[in-house]
Design a protein around this ligand. Sequence first.
Ligand code: DOR
Ligand code: ZN
Ligand code: ZN
Length: 426
Amino acid sequence: MKTVLKNSQIGDLLFEDGVITKVGGNIDAPGAEEIDCTGKYIMPGVIDAHVHFRSPGHEEKEDWESGSRAALMGGVTTVFDMPNTSPQTITLEALEEKRALAGAKSHVNFGLFFGGTGKNLEEIKRAKGIVGVKVYMGQTTGQTVDETSEFMDGLLRDLFENTERVIAIHAEDEELIKKHNQIYKDDNSPEIHSLIRSDLVSFSACRRAVHLAKKYGGNLHVCHVSTKKEIELLSKYPEVTCEVTPHHLFFTVSDYSRLGNFIKTNPPVRSQNDVDALWEALRNGLVSFVATDHAPHLKVEKERGYWDAPAGVPGVEFALPLMLDSVNNGLLGMEDVVRLMCEGPANVYGVRGKGFLKEGYDADITVVDMDISREVCNEDVVSKCGWTPYAGMTLRGWPVMTFVGGVLMMEGREIVSGNKGKEVVF
Ligand code: DOR
Ligand code: ZN
Ligand code: ZN
């Protein structure tokens, strides 16, 4: 099967049997299906390198079918799923169980993280085809952390010394969190979340991990960097990669009064000063990529009091429109969006055949219309959680077509194929 996208910003693009075969200029392709992309921008399919699709274990919040449909709506063609499912992806058996689920249900391509616990090094060494190893340095949803900082540091050292894969960390200092929990234990307002998990909580864990990576020669990636302090630290270690989420770019502590626990997330939203530093770091190349940390929880769960409401916000459907809107607002260039949402994750994790519109690369393609303006509504949310913290925002710039492996999957906000994605190769 041949398809040619005509008249985009790069001219035409031809793909055959799921692979890009010609890029740019005027392509004459007899027998190919022609799709007019006049006035549209074509980009490599977005790779969201940090999602929580909840399956196995919490299919009431999300599953591979619903999560991947949400991804398609957002122009996302590949997702990397985190190990804090139930059971956690910390054994070879759990890895194979999740692999089977994703393979059977996901409409987008996928990769799977393996969790590092300090007790499963042998399994990690034998795990095949994983994105990398995820380490939770602090407690978070579906993840208890009872170990001391010393234990955590030993775990990181072992991983840095024994694996070639990327070690991705959730950098929050559990000992500090526990202290702060005591200070605020009688308060029940969502604002305390950013005080309990202060910028020092993130910075402290980040600094420990960076120093260990330096000392033992590890391949470190810092997930969801949220503070100016971490950015300043990481600017001194260019070999350490990092990501930023949309919620840390678009919300600050001032939004708790409006959104309460709906923006409770780990690490928490920060000050405007931090947000400004993140935007600057996106532009100056310090941030390797944008990933959503799509962490769906049900509305009823978020409506509980502070201590009982789970942390995490969904994001896979709206990350690209948020970034495209920022291009329209002059905050970023279109080439920054492609670097941060397609090339960056492909480079950090060494993804084969994705992230670029090049001959021989997979035909994972997102077509965007920079002039479509629409309001984000909870009613439109495809994720099983059924809500989004971005509701009410009017965004200009939306994906209008999503191709996965050369198959048109989403067109004009309709899912048009039931095709399944494939596991990514590294
Ligand atoms: O807020 C968070 N929620 N942070 C995490 O690290 C995990 C996530 C979740 O899975 O809900
Ligand atoms: Zn995390
Ligand atoms: Zn996460």
